[in-house]
Structure formats: C-alpha cells, structure tokens
Design a protein around this ligand. Structure first.
Ligand SMILES: Cc1cc2nc3c(=O)[nH]c(=O)nc-3n(C[C@H](O)[C@H](O)[C@H](O)COP(=O)(O)OP(=O)(O)OC[C@H]3O[C@@H](n4cnc5c(N)ncnc54)[C@H](O)[C@@H]3O)c2cc1C
Length: 300
C-alpha cells in the first residue's frame, strides 16, 4: 500500500515548526527518522495533511556532557548512541541497550527523541529513561518544560507532550563511581521488539547492597513499568543468592498478554529475566549483555 497524499515542509527553526503545527493542528505530524511514522503512513494507519520534517533543526543534534548531566539531542540516532565513547563512559546502560534496538539499518535513521515521543511500550529507550531517572526536555510556543521520565509516559503510545510541543532533548544524570546497571531482553530473533525486557540501575555499596535501585520492565504493560516492590528489598541486604531469590519472588507485575504470549508466560519471563540480571550484576558489577552474541538474549 502507498501513503495517502500529504504535504511536506522542512523548517529551519523551532518557531517555524510551531507556526506550521498551529496552522494545521491535528492535521500535522512531526517526522524525524521516519522509521515508524513512514510505515504507519504506508499502511494508512495515519493520514496527516502535513509532515513537518524536523531534521534541519541542528539544535536538536549532539550529545553534550555537563557537570551533572548528559544531554542527548532528540535527533541523535540510535546508531550514534551505539557508537559513542561519551555514552559508553557516562551512560553505559544506553550503550549496552543500543544494539537491541531494531537492526543497524533502522538504527542509522531512527532517533532517540522519536522513540521517546512515540512511547512504544516494547521499546528500549523509554524504559532506560525511567531507569536512569532521566528528564525529558520538551519545547512548545510557550518555551521549554522539563518532565521526569517517570511522569512522561502516560499510557499506550501516549505521553505528557502537548500536541504543539516536541521533544528537544533528554537529560540523564552522569553515571557515578558506585553506579551499576543491567540490561537485557527476551526476543524471538535479534532485532525484534522485546517480548519482555528490563533495565536495572542502582548504586552498589561496599557492603554489597544495591541502593537507589530501579528495575524497569518493558513489553509488559502500556508504559515502562517500574518494579517498586523490589527496590527496598535490594537496599536492605547484600546482593547474594538469597536476596536475588527474594527479589524475584517479590516481583509484582501484571503484564498484558500480546498476540503470541499469555500474561502468565510474560510474568514468568519477567521473573527469569530479573533473576538473570541481578545475578549478572552481582557477579561482574556491570550486568551488560553482549547483544552482538546472537542468541544471548533470545528466549530459550
Ligand atoms: C522493522 C523495525 C523494527 C524496529 N524495532 C525496534 C525495536 O526493537 N526497538 C525500538 O525501540 N524501536 C524499534 N523500531 C522503531 C525505530 O526504533 C524508530 O526509529 C523509533 O521508534 C522512532 O524514531 P524515528 O526517529 O524513526 O521517529 P518517526 O518515525 O519519525 O516518528 C515516530 C513518532 O514520533 C513522533 N516524533 C518523532 N520525533 C519527535 C520529536 N522530537 N518530538 C515529538 N514527536 C516526535 C512522530 O510524529 C511520530 O508520531 C523498529 C522499527 C522497524 C521499522
């Protein structure tokens, strides 16, 4: 199928973007990497009158390191994150997760901001943003707003963005010396959206406890799901076999079934994944999976 006819504009300034959004209201759609939007146009799931291409907005590009935060521009591609030494050093969770996002061809064009704005419940970046306590920077005609990732993802493909706003950047606290992370997902084939995935962060104390922990699951509900029930438990005792078993048992998730997996199967897979991630984190202190090893994270 082919997309319905639409008009196209490529503004050079944010003010011009807002002017077009105001003129066309619900008839306008922003396009960044186009890796999701163009498919939905071709399938006629969406028929906007006007596509507003934001890729000429240079202010939305680049990764910058501040004193406390890393700022990732909305137009930074998944591949740029995968290849970035700065991301590897200051936000290693993103570095570990990047190879899991689709395939390299899609990662070359798809953008970080596009994925955050789309809020696909099975996508990697929204869950990582919540796990890293990120701030989503959005901009509209009235100026910038900063929204905690925890509050940004509201429902299935629904965010706190107003219709006349766009995501301009994401700010992520720089990884500290005690910071540890773990990431993995279960998929049928490498590059598929996750059946169940999880991003885990926390500070590994000298006595072995994981404090300020966040375990965020994706592919399980309509938004990234933070498993708050296990967080105090991880802070209370060293991360040994007993604590890991207790955390897995305490995991309270009520996943939605999808076309291929029942809610019970997803709940089971979430527990398996949590056990693996905590074990990996306890063993080597980083918990990174090597997504280039085909089969590592596949369901088995
Ligand atoms: C075969 C295939 C497999 C994929 N697998 C995965 C996967 O495993 N994991 C994953 O996370 N993704 C996956 N994707 C999606 C891909 O990562 C997309 O690139 C990403 O979701 C959206 O980024 P984009 O820049 O292409 O956005 P677009 O397609 O350009 O836009 C997506 C949506 O976001 C809006 N938008 C874009 N940028 C902004 C902005 N800055 N502010 C406000 N709104 C904005 C658009 O209006 C549109 O509604 C896959 C895609 C394909 C085709």
């Amino acid at each position: 199928m082919k997309a319905a006819a639409f008009q196209y504009v490529k503004p050079r300034t944010l003010a011009d973007v807002f002017a077009v959004l105001a003129e066309y209201e619900d008839g306008a759609r922003i396009v960044a990497g186009g890796q999701t939007l163009l498919a939905t146009l071709n399938m006629r799931l969406s028929e906007p009158q006007m596509l507003v291409d934001i890729t000429a907005l240079d202010g939305l590009r680049g990764i910058t390191v501040g004193e406390h935060n890393l700022r990732i521009g909305a137009l930074v591609t998944h591949a740029q994150i995968e290849d970035s030494a700065v991301i590897r050093e200051h936000a290693p969770l993103l570095f570990a997760a990047a190879p899991h996002v689709a395939h390299r061809a899609i990662r070359n064009r798809g953008t970080f901001g596009g994925s955050i704005a789309l809020a696909d419940p099975a996508a990697e970046w929204p869950a990582c943003a919540v796990a890293l306590d990120a701030t989503i920077v959005v901009c509209g005609p009235a100026g910038e707003r900063r929204i905690d990732a925890d509050a940004f993802f509201v429902d299935l493909y629904t965010t706190a963005l107003e219709s006349n706003e766009l995501v301009v950047a994401v700010e992520i606290p720089r990884s500290g010396p005690r910071a540890r992370f773990a990431f993995d997902e279960l998929t049928r084939r490498h590059g598929d959206y996750a059946i169940v995935g999880a991003a885990l962060t926390g500070n590994l104390e000298t006595d072995g406890r994981l404090t300020a922990a966040r375990a965020v699951f994706f592919g399980t509900g309509s938004v990234p799901e933070r498993a708050r029930s296990i967080e105090p438990l991880l802070a209370a005792a060293p991360l040994d076999t007993q604590t890991i078993r207790a955390a897995v048992e305490a995991l309270e998730l009520e996943p939605s079934a999808d076309l291929y997996h029942s809610a019970a199967a997803k709940r089971h897979l979430a527990r398996v994944l949590l056990g693996r991630l905590l074990t990996r984190l306890a063993a080597d202190g980083t918990g990174a999976s090597d997504a280039s090893h085909e089969g590592d994270s596949h369901v088995r």
